[in-house]
Design a protein around this ligand. Structure first.
Ligand code: ADP
Ligand code: ASP
Ligand code: MG
Length: 418
């Protein structure tokens, strides 16, 4: 069969957040099916459910990570795909709810942040050919020992794009609760504007800086396999944002953003940043290398790192995501123990957030950093950590200042909707 007619459609938590919404999703997919599409559905857990499951586990041991954690947090998707399947069947359409082990979404064993190694597609093609609608649990995989694994929070997007890539589809639809990718999270900055199209690279940068509208690995996979991502809303029949390769960008921008690259394309925030400070660090020169090496092998990505001279020796500050905090603290304990330095002063700042401005237009324009810090200073917002690259500036600020900082930067870089 022609696999180009297959369209992978992923529905996020809010889109399947109630029985009414689940039934509305079924009706929308049926409308597409009747237009000639061959839908393959991927669904997240009902909104709030994964948080509830994480909180249950935390009540017992918030530091635990392993197969039981993944089994726990993956269970929300089982409910939503089953409810979707019932909704299709009620309407006279054949549907097959599929957990990762049934479909064959094979991953490594890095629990809570597993990577997809392979997806079996023969059965998927067969079901689609037979007119059965596959409804696949997002976020989960299965390792070689048949343990359930999960891909990291927000990972259903990655499931969807990986399936689209495995089916050689040229695009993948991600249905969510906002109509598009905006110049900032519209919940934080009400004046944010819709973006018609973004390159994979720009979206990756935004995702890596905390914009959770798309899981970063879904964008990486899109770029790698050239699967265009169409982010759109479940709640209206309209186009959203296309995330495409740079060569295709102009075609999808529809003249809206062609004039000139804005200096800053968007303001991104991450409210789940945690800063860990050590004062002083062990004097052993291999300490830092060892710490970051062990964190990397355990799948923790470190964001901002600063080291400075304090009264008692070198001080270290680095940031990780809230999700990675238990694992980070576990590793830190082990590494400090093996360095014979268990009594080092540790400070954990978890009431902070990261705010960033992103844009390829910054490359050749000095002065963005000056404007960035002038705006924060004008609003009396203290900055804890800073990092910059060619196309972004990020600062860690107190959470209480986040909204003010985001709105002020959005205005400063002329992104506000008129
Ligand atoms: P889903 O459950 O559908 O996967 P998510 O909550 O993961 O939805 O992602 C959608 C949310 O991402 C939006 O509700 C919005 O608050 C947030 N978001 C963050 N940054 C942006 C942005 N730049 N543009 C649009 N939405 C954003
Ligand atoms: N349900 C999972 C989460 O809340 C995966 C997802 O929504 O993409 O993180
Ligand atoms: Mg999401």
């Amino acid at each position: 069969m022609n696999s180009n007619q297959i369209v992978v459609k992923k529905f996020g938590g809010t889109s399947v957040g109630s029985i009414e919404r689940i039934e509305a999703v079924a009706e929308r997919v049926i409308r597409d099916l009747n237009k000639g599409e061959k839908p393959v559905v991927v669904a997240s857990a009902m909104s709030g459910e994964t948080n509830r499951l994480v909180a249950l586990g935390n009540q017992i041991d918030s530091n635990y990570r392993g197969p039981a954690y993944d089994m726990l947090v993956a269970s929300g998707e089982q409910v939503s795909i089953a409810l979707l399947a019932i909704s299709f069947e009620k309407r006279g359409y054949k549907a097959k709810p599929l957990l990762a082990y049934q479909l064959g979404i094979e991953t490594d064993k890095l629990y809570s942040k597993a990577r997809i190694l392979n997806i079996k597609t023969e059965a998927l093609h067969r079901w689609v050919d037979e007119g059965i609608i596959p409804i696949i649990a997002g976020f989960q995989g299965v390792d070689e020992e048949m343990n359930i694994t999960t891909l990291g929070r927000g990972g259903s997007d990655t499931t969807a794009v990986a399936i689209a890539a495995a089916l050689n589809s040229s695009s993948c639809e991600i249905y969510t609760d906002v109509p598009a990718v905006f110049t900032a999270d519209p919940r934080l900055v009400p004046k944010a504007k819709e973006i018609a199209a973004l390159s994979f690279e720009e979206m990756m940068e935004m995702a890596s800086l905390g914009s959770k509208v798309l899981h970063i690995r879904s964008v990486e996979l899109g770029a790698k396999h050239n699967v265009k991502i169409h982010l759109r809303t479940t709640f209206a029949e309209r186009e959203g944002t296309w995330i495409v390769s740079e060569q295709n960008l102009a075609e999808y921008q529809k003249g809206k953003e062609k004039m000139e690259n804005p200096l800053v394309a968007g303001v991104t925030h991450d409210a789940s940043t945690v800063v860990i400070k050590l004062n002083p660090i062990p004097s052993d020169t291999s300490f830092l290398a060892n710490l970051f090496q062990v964190l990397a092998t355990r799948g923790v990505s470190i964001d901002i790192i600063t080291q400075s001279q304090g009264a008692e020796g070198q001080r270290l500050a680095f940031s990780v995501t809230q999700e990675d905090l238990p694992l980070t603290l576990q590793v830190l304990k082990e590494v400090l123990k093996s360095a014979g330095s268990v009594h080092i002063e540790q400070t954990i700042m978890d009431n902070v957030a990261k705010i960033s401005v992103v844009g390829v237009g910054m490359r050749n324009h000095p002065g963005v950093a000056a404007r960035f810090f002038t705006v924060l200073a004008a609003h009396q917002i203290p900055v804890h950590l800073v990092t910059t690259s060619e196309i972004k500036i990020s600062a860690v600020v107190d959470q209480q200042h986040l909204k003010k900082a985001a709105e002020a930067l959005h205005t400063e870089f002329k992104l506000d909707a008129q």
